[in-house]
Design a protein around this ligand. Structure first.
Ligand code: ACO
Length: 372
């Protein structure tokens, strides 16, 4: 029998990110994630993942100008939004919206490296607008157009809430985007690279990635973590909650990781952000509930939190509706996915793993009326 889940199988060479699961370390293009989370903006991270170097001020300005220009929702998507807002979950809307974007991308079927770069930047630029517009439409609020002088993160909060966020809130969200930006060969990135390896287009590859991210074992875990914290209600309930869940054979969401065997380095940063935000917002209960869950799950099962646990608390306190938490993960991961797709195109061979056949062998066709 094969080892399930392709563990330990290397599917590609990449220059984008690297993990040491034993030590709990993550690097983007050689920079430690803690260093980037403390100092880099999401825009710098986008540039880094796509160009393998941090930008100069002029390079960053050029990137910003392009991203800001491409924020506006295309009328085609704006027309689709009322139907999507009424009938589709946020992740299904995003999957459909990104897929539909192929219909009007000015670079069309041009697959030159320059065109693929522009397509990637357009996808990154339009994702926040898709999510915020969807939310405004489904809640019968006026759509807020993108703000040209706000950062990627601040502009998202502006479009979602209709007022300008404080610098502190914008920086917190920005940092979560840096943390979610890339993560080696996770399930959604692999899905994107498999599609790209057939030389299918960028939009198809990213649509596949969104489908993979949607599942509760991957990106869906931040939403599940928030629901879990709400069910727990107060810190003193965490121990019994975890005990019952484990006894019932259920997963504790936001814990465990396929690669990290210790604390996820992103969770360490998010834990601090959650604690600081809880204090600033005067909502200490959220930090306390999540940290009680951390303690109980470690004591009872030896599991550490992953990126999604404290991200849920941070997003909740920033006023992000729970069902938009996974779309926010996608918004940030758009930087990594598109960079991986471009990396795949640059040195491609179709991805086609083998399988071990474990079914019956050497059978002979039996006519339908003679079958038992
Ligand atoms: N709750 C309870 N038990 C768990 C959890 C959890 N969160 N995570 C792992 N375990 C158990 C497994 O069931 C397994 O138990 P067993 O040996 O009795 O069968 C044991 O711990 C070891 O599991 P691993 O092999 O380390 O985990 P795997 O690589 O199969 O799965 C995964 C990793 C999917 C992330 C898993 O930990 C999980 O389901 N976590 C909850 C969902 C979640 O938070 N997902 C987000 C992951 S991060 C991301 O995608 C951004």
């Amino acid at each position: 029998m094969t080892e399930k889940g392709l563990r330990e199988i290397l599917a590609a060479d990449t220059k984008l990110s690297d993990i040491d699961g034993e030590a709990g370390r993550l690097w983007y293009v050689g920079y430690d994630i803690a260093d980037l989370a403390a100092h880099a903006t999401f825009e710098e991270t986008i540039y880094l993942l796509h160009n393998l170097e941090l930008p100069t001020r002029e390079q960053l300005n050029r990137l910003n100008t392009f991203l800001v220009r491409e924020r506006e929702l295309h009328p085609f998507l704006a027309r689709m939004m009322p139907t999507l807002a009424q009938n589709a979950s946020p992740m299904s809307m995003l999957r459909t919206g990104i897929s539909a974007s192929s219909a009007f991308d000015p670079d069309g079927w041009d697959d030159s490296p320059e065109a693929e770069y522009r397509k990637a930047m357009r996808l990154i630029a339009e994702t926040p607008t898709l999510i915020a517009t969807y939310h405004r439409v489904r809640t019968d609020q006026e759509v807020v157009p993108p703000h040209p002088s706000l950062s990627h993160a601040a502009n998202f909060l502006w479009m979602l809430h209709g007022d300008e966020p404080s610098d502190e809130d914008a920086r917190v969200l920005d940092t979560t985007f840096v943390l979610y930006g890339d993560h080696t060969m996770n399930a959604s990135t692999f899905a994107a690279r498999v599609v790209a390896s057939t030389l299918s287009d960028m939009f198809s590859a990213i649509t596949a990635a969104i489908g993979a991210l949607k599942g509760p074992l991957h990106g869906g875990a931040n939403e599940e973590s928030q629901k879990m914290a709400e069910e727990v209600g107060k810190p003193e309930n965490a121990d019994a909650y975890v005990r019952e869940r484990l006894a019932a054979g259920k997963k504790v969401m936001g814990f465990g990781h396929a690669v990290y065997k210790t604390m996820d380095p992103r969770a360490r940063v998010l834990k601090q952000l959650c604690e600081d935000l809880a204090e600033r917002r005067n909502q200490p209960q959220w930090y306390q509930i999540f940290s009680s869950l951390e303690q109980a799950t470690f004591e009872q099962k030896g599991l550490y939190p992953n990126v999604d646990l404290y991200a849920a608390g941070v997003y909740h306190m920033l006023g992000i509706p729970t069902d938009l938490m996974t779309p926010l993960f996608a918004l940030a991961r758009m930087a990594g996915w598109t960079a991986h797709v471009r990396e795949q195109y640059a040195d491609n061979r179709i991805i086609r793993p083998g399988s071990e056949y474990v079914g019956p062998k050497d059978r002979t066709y039996v006519p339908i009326d003679e079958r038992a």
